[in-house]
Design a protein around this ligand. Structure first.
Ligand code: MN3
Length: 202
C-alpha cells in the first residue's frame, strides 16, 4: 500500500507563489487520487514487487499489460508529485538560496542561470495541454525536457532533479490561464538545496 507523503511544510507556506487552497486541493485530492488508483491497479497483481516507485516506473515493460497504463499514469503521478513537493520551499527560507556548485553546473550547461530560467519557462509554456517541465542530470550536463500527462523522466532512464507541474490544476485557482505568471512566481520558492542534493552536487 502506497500512502500520501506528508508535505515538508504547511499548506500556506508557499504563499504567495502557490496559494493555500491550491495546495490543499493538489496534495489532498489530486495526489491522493493518483495513489488510490495506483493501489487499486497493483492490488490486481500482487505478484508485482518493487523496492520503490522509481524502479517500478523504470521497468514499465515488466508490468502486466492490463495495469500498465494505470501504473504509468497514476504511478507517474505519484512519483512526479512526490518530487514536486520536495523541490519547493517557503519564500525567504535558506533552502531557496542556490548553492554555488549548482550555479556553476547551470552556467556550464546553459551559459547563465538567467538563460536556464528563460529556457525552462519557454519549455513549460510550449508543453501543450497537461504535463511537466524538468531539469534532468545527464552524463553530458544538465538538460531541460518536458513530458506529457504524468509521464516521468525516470520512465526513459533520465535522472530528474527539478520538476514543475504545468497541469492547470497546479495553478488555475490563482493564475487562471496565465501559466507564464505561475512559472515566473515559482522561482521564488524553488528548494535549490534539494535540487543540488538530487543532482549529487555538494
Ligand atoms: Mn499536479
Amino acid at each position: 500500500m502506497i500512502t500520501l507523503p506528508t508535505l515538508p511544510y504547511s499548506y500556506d507556506a508557499l504563499e504567495p507563489a502557490i496559494d493555500e487552497a491550491t495546495m490543499h486541493l493538489h496534495h489532498e485530492k489530486h495526489h491522493q487520487t493518483y495513489i488510490d488508483k495506483l493501489n487499486t491497479a497493483l492490488a490486481a497483481h500482487p505478484e508485482v514487487v518493487f523496492s520503490n516507485i522509481e524502479e517500478l516506473l523504470a521497468n514499465l515493460n515488466n508490468v502486466p499489460e492490463d495495469i500498465r497504463s494505470a501504473v504509468q499514469n497514476h504511478g507517474g503521478g505519484h512519483f512526479n508529485h512526490s518530487l514536486f513537493w520536495q523541490i519547493l520551499a517557503p519564500l525567504g527560507s535558506e533552502a531557496t538560496i542556490m548553492p554555488e556548485n549548482l550555479k556553476m553546473e547551470l552556467e556550464k550547461s546553459f551559459g547563465s542561470v538567467e538563460e536556464f530560467k528563460t529556457k525552462f519557462k519557454e519549455a513549460g509554456l510550449a508543453r501543450f495541454g497537461s504535463g511537466w517541465v524538468w531539469l534532468v542530470k545527464t552524463t553530458d550536463g544538465l538538460k531541460i525536457m518536458t513530458t506529457p500527462n504524468q509521464d516521468s523522466p525516470v520512465m526513459t532512464g533520465e535522472q530528474p532533479i527539478l520538476g514543475v507541474d504545468v497541469w492547470e490544476h497546479a495553478y488555475y485557482l490563482k493564475y487562471q490561464n496565465k501559466r507564464a505568471d505561475y512559472l515566473d512566481a515559482l522561482w521564488t520558492i524553488i528548494n535549490w538545496q534539494k535540487v543540488a542534493e538530487f543532482a549529487n552536487i555538494k
